[in-house]
Design a protein around this ligand. Structure first.
Ligand code: FAD
Length: 510
């Protein structure tokens, strides 16, 4: 049976890209259906990514679930979007990062603040239960938003049968065909596998398995020094694992500003994370109790063995379009499997669009969300806009590292004359007061115009501080614009103001 003959928009995938696109489409008055195979909304980010790693207990909403009830109350409905947004993107991978950070602080930082207790222990099942509770509350929250905005939700696996028809094998066991004038592919991404390394989600895990380990591994090896590997390594390191990160490239997080990256690596080493850079994994033996990895220098040379209880494969992510039937309707992908789109997010097939991790650009939840809104605005005949140069990136370790715009290496490569302003948190009163003063703010500005080109922050709450810089870049501000804006005292944000001062003049406090 045709489930929804008259859909204006059909979205395949209910992740941050897909569910946001569906809600926005409905808000624009378009009849919308969203198809999701997982049975829960929120995609990778909410189910096995950003959220479970980072959820914070205090973000549980103060009003009673179920969400549809809450949404039916107008006033709460107004608060809802704000609260949900906090849930989804502040806490990405946050649950475990936050819980493990609390444990680490209690163990290492509380005594110097005069807070002492006689016994401190980890209750891993309780930690995992807190994470699961937050995730399930959030997924139900999105279902509530679908109901509120009248988005039809079809649970099942979608496959193109024509550019305007998607056949869905429903989770209940039937099949239905969903028709739409416009179809948006928002099927996201999956873990990139490494040749010869088979993920069993027990001894060799992906990030999904690393979010649900039944006990703290004594030795954890992380393959890949990208942001997910470092965040997961931090979680288990804080809980007591000996963490070694093996990386093929000469540097960790290659997209990071070089100077900030060096300081960041030093910080992680101070936290006892070990790094084996320019090293490749050439063999895996799981026949014994643990795992034996055979390593070799990236350029070739003598092999060595590294033992682990658990190995996390975190070597990147690849677009997920398996079984979608792209070939049936002739949608083009590039060599990396990413769906090619024009500036309106339309594929080479008229009426078929793609967004989020499935297309080129940063693989981030907030980028997918921006794609979704802009794509639907184009479909509705409005102007959509996403500037990938203005997408902030955050590594949610402690301290966090956040950036927006260009790195110093990129500015140099462009041949632009520039100035650098830096300010260390050691000279910031708030950071000193809370005894959490590792890190810095670094601002790059064009020499001639003082226009800000890039901002890089390493600080406990860098992921929050960066948004002042994102706004500044978005509006083409100069560093003097930030420096002459009054910042409250005592706050970490004052370090951003001082770094801006240092870009064209002298800071006050150093
Ligand atoms: P996804 O979230 O992958 O959603 C796609 C959805 O489509 C899935 O639910 C899938 O089940 C569904 N689907 C696929 N094929 C079909 C089909 N044929 N039919 C029906 N449904 C289908 N990003 C951040 O911004 N901040 C973070 O802190 C962060 N932390 C992360 C931590 C981890 C461990 C991981 C793995 C990722 C993290 N990310 C983070 C990245 C973020 O999760 C992704 O960028 C984001 O989820 C992409 O959104 P999306 O909507 O494009 O795809």
């Amino acid at each position: 049976a045709a489930a929804a003959d008259e859909n204006d928009v059909v979205v395949i995938g209910g992740g941050p890209g897909g569910y946001v696109a569906a809600i926005k489409a409905a808000q624009l008055g378009l009849k919308t259906t969203c198809i999701e195979k997982r049975g829960t909304l929120g995609g990778t980010c909410l189910n096995v990514g950003c959220i479970p790693s980072k959820v914070k207990d205090r973000l549980i909403p103060p009003f009673p679930f179920p969400i549809p009830l809450a949404c039916s109350i107008c006033l709460l409905g107004l608060c809802f979007r704000f609260i949900l947004h906090q849930f989804l993107y502040v806490p990405c991978l946050q649950a475990l990062l936050h819980s493990s950070h609390m444990y680490h602080e209690a163990k290492h930082a509380f005594p110097s603040h005069g807070v002492k207790f006689s016994q401190l222990e980890i209750d891993l099942p309780a930690m995992m239960a807190q994470k699961d509770k937050a995730v399930s509350g959030l997924t139900r929250g999105i279902e509530g938003l679908f109901k509120k905005n009248k988005v039809t939700y079809v649970k099942g696996f979608g496959k193109f049968v024509s550019p305007s028809e998607v056949s869905v094998d429903t989770l209940e066991g039937g099949n239905t065909v969903v028709k739409g004038k416009n179809i948006i592919i928002a099927t996201g991404s999956d873990v990139k596998s490494l040749p010869g390394v088979t993920i069993d989600e027990k001894k060799i895990v992906s990030s999904t398995g690393a979010l649900a380990l039944p006990e703290v591994p004594k030795k954890l090896v992380v393959i890949g020094a990208g942001y997910i590997g470092l965040e997961m390594g931090s979680v288990w390191g804080r809980l007591g694992s000996e963490v070694t990160v093996v990386e093929f490239a000469p540097d960790i997080v290659p997209s990071m500003d070089g100077e900030v990256r060096k300081q960041f690596q030093r910080m992680l080493e101070k936290q006892k994370m070990k790094f084996m850079l320019k090293t490749k994994v050439v063999g895996v033996d799981t026949s014994g109790d643990g795992v034996k990895l055979t390593l070799e220098p990236a350029a070739g040379g003598e092999q060595s063995i590294l033992e682990a209880d658990v190995v996390l494969v975190s070597a990147g992510r690849v677009p997920y379009t398996a079984g979608l039937g792209l070939e049936t309707i002739g949608v083009q992908t590039d060599k990396a499997g990413r769906i090619e789109v024009d500036k309106h997010f339309m594929t080479n097939v008229s009426g078929v669009y793609a967004i989020g991790d499935a297309i080129p650009g940063p693989m981030l939840a907030h980028k997918a969300e921006e794609d979704g809104v802009a794509c639907v605005e184009f479909i509705a005949g409005k102007e959509g806009h996403v500037d990938y140069d203005m997408v902030p990136g955050v590594v949610y370790t402690h301290p966090e590292v956040a950036s927006v715009g260009k790195t110093e290496e990129q500015v140099k490569a462009l041949g632009v004359s520039y100035r650098v302003g830096k300010f260390p948190f050691m000279a910031n009163s708030r950071a000193k007061a809370i005894d959490d003063a590792d890190g810095l703010v670094k601002i790059l500005a064009e020499k001639e115009t003082d226009k800000i080109l890039g901002v890089h922050i390493m600080a406990p709450n860098a992921g929050e501080l960066i948004h002042e810089a994102v706004l500044a870049l978005q509006y083409g501000a100069s560093s003097e614009d930030i420096a002459r804006t009054c910042h409250a005292h005592p706050t970490m944000s004052e370090a951003v103001k001082e770094a801006a001062m240092a870009t064209y003049d002298k800071p006050i406090h150093i």
